[in-house]
Design a protein around this ligand. Structure first.
Ligand SMILES: NC(=O)c1ccc[n+]([C@@H]2O[C@H](COP(=O)([O-])OP(=O)(O)OC[C@H]3O[C@@H](n4cnc5c(N)ncnc54)[C@H](O)[C@@H]3O)[C@@H](O)[C@H]2O)c1
Length: 456
């Protein structure tokens, strides 16, 4: 069957996979190939057990895989035949050399772009889908100039704003699509071509076009603002606990102000996920690089507050359990960085579990989607934990339950039954403020939340 256009993604992760799946679903006349160097990942995309868990994703993949959606490790073939190539590779925080611990590591971007420069024989539009530092397009352009076939490349920035756990919903109904490009004739033509793909399902007034640098920086700015709201409400949660105010009530009263808005004001053990911390640190690094120390310090504080919040929660558990966790069993409900995902990158659960195990607690960890292999990888170096699929078994004989992910299943458990199987006094520490503390107290629990009045 002939296709009107061929596109591909280099990178088949949490972004490359779902974004391309939705394009393929919405544009049946476009051939979409999702490629990766990781054979195991591609095999999983071609199997019944997809490597990414997102509500609604499985059904779409099973329906259109093989129609106009393909997963492959043959990156060169995909590059050669594609009109548009989306760079969706990982851009983690650099762990070595200059900028270690802050700067974005662009080695995966560079190797993907070098591959394109080497094998491309026709003109192409290269789309930055990964989150990258502002002015990365300049570097990409330089590398692509080494192509010996005389190909013309247009580089576009098209950052992804979807959130894990709601990726399909976000991709189908985005708040906006952002496309940055050169303001030349060919640049504008490339912007139009990409825009027309999204126009299959996104209203035109939601497609914002900008210059390359604004678009590249917008993604870092958006994540910095989102993370800052969480750190702001979490900073207030500490004050709430000291004063008897309730952080959820504060969120309602300030969120009612239309200038503030009600979203992203849920206090918790802190933000996680692969992006917020890395993008904030990247922003801090850029500010330092451009000699703006006050601006760098301002954004760095958002990260500092997040680290503080995680350890503050661990300390609450230690303090309330009589300053001694040695040998005590603690049931850990949730390990993913938020509900409806199997992703554990930067999950607060890692820090908190490590804190508790350093105090020699014996953990029993239960998460509906995170695999035991992932938990073992994340808690490498520790042995005082077990993994359970049944929360009632995890809590059997435990001194405390700590809720670290807001999965629906943990809201709806029979806490009376849990209480009966536990050591007394039995504690609940709700790091996501999802259970009714008053009700738990009536059952006999000592119950604590984040930013919640301590029962007197
Ligand atoms: N995860 C999110 O929620 C999210 C949201 C918006 C933006 N982003 C950004 O999108 C980018 C990708 O994130 P992700 O979560 O999908 O990462 P990921 O680690 O899940 O996936 C990246 C994939 O790229 C592959 N890869 C690396 N180098 C390659 C190469 N040279 N050729 C082929 N494949 C290669 C890796 O094997 C991996 O499978 C990052 O820049 C991230 O900041 C992520």
């Amino acid at each position: 069957m002939g296709f009107d256009m061929k596109i591909c993604s280099i990178g088949a992760g949490y972004v490359g996979g779902p974004t391309m799946v939705i394009i393929a679903e919405q544009c049946p006349e476009i051939q979409v190939t999702v490629t990766d160097v990781n054979q195991q990942r591609i095999d999983a995309w071609n199997s019944k057990n997809l490597p990414v868990y997102e509500p609604g994703l499985d059904e779409i993949v099973q329906a259109i895989r093989g129609r106009n959606l393909f997963f492959s490790t043959d990156i060169d073939k995909a590059i050669k035949e594609s009109d548009i190539i989306f760079l969706s590779v990982n851009t983690p925080t650099k762990t070595y050399g200059e900028g270690a611990g802050k700067a974005s590591d662009l080695k995966f971007i560079e190797s993907a772009v070098r591959r394109i420069a080497q094998v491309a024989k026709t003109d192409k539009i290269i789309v930055e889908k990964s989150t990258i530092p502002v002015r990365t397009a300049e570097k990409i352009r330089k590398i692509l100039a080494s192509n010996t076939h005389g190909c013309k490349f247009e580089i576009l920035s098209n950052p992804e704003f979807m959130a894990e756990g709601t990726a399909i919903q976000d991709l189908k109904h985005p708040d906006r699509i952002l496309i940055g490009g050169s303001q030349t004739e060919s640049g504008k033509e490339a912007i139009k071509t990409l825009s027309e793909i999204y126009e299959h399902w996104v209203p035109k007034n939601k497609i914002i076009t900008q210059c390359l640098w604004s678009s590249e920086l917008s993604k870092l700015a958006a994540n910095a603002f989102l993370a800052q709201r969480i750190s702001s409400i979490n900073a207030l949660s500490a004050l709430c606990e000291k004063t008897g105010a309730d952080v959820d009530e504060i969120a309602i009263s300030i969120g009612a102000d239309s200038r503030i808005g009600s979203k992203f004001l849920k206090s918790s053990i802190g933000f996680g996920g692969s992006c917020f911390k890395k993008d904030l640190l990247n922003l801090v690094y850029l500010c330092e690089y451009f000699e703006l120390p006050e601006v760098a310090h301002y954004w760095n504080q958002v990260v500092t507050m997040n680290e503080y919040q995680k350890h503050r929660f661990s300390y609450l558990v230690v303090e309330k359990l009589f300053h001694s966790l040695a040998g005590k069993k603690i049931a850990v409900f949730g390990f993913a960085f938020k509900k409806n995902t199997n992703d554990t990158r930067e999950t607060p659960a890692i820090t908190i579990c490590q804190d508790l195990m350093k105090e020699q607690a014996q953990l029993s960890i239960c998460d509906p989607k995170v695999t035991p292999e992932t938990i073992k990888r994340d808690l490498d170096g520790f042995s005082n934990y077990e993994i359970q699929t049944d929360p009632y078994v995890a809590a059997q004989g435990a001194h405390a339950i700590v809720i670290l992910t807001e999965w629906e299943m943990f809201k709806n458990l029979d806490y009376k039954r849990l209480y009966e199987g536990m050591q007394k006094p039995a504690f609940v520490f709700d790091g996501r403020n999802i259970v009714n503390l008053q009700q738990l107290r009536t059952l006999g629990f000592e119950a604590y939340g984040v930013g919640k009045p301590i029962a007197g």
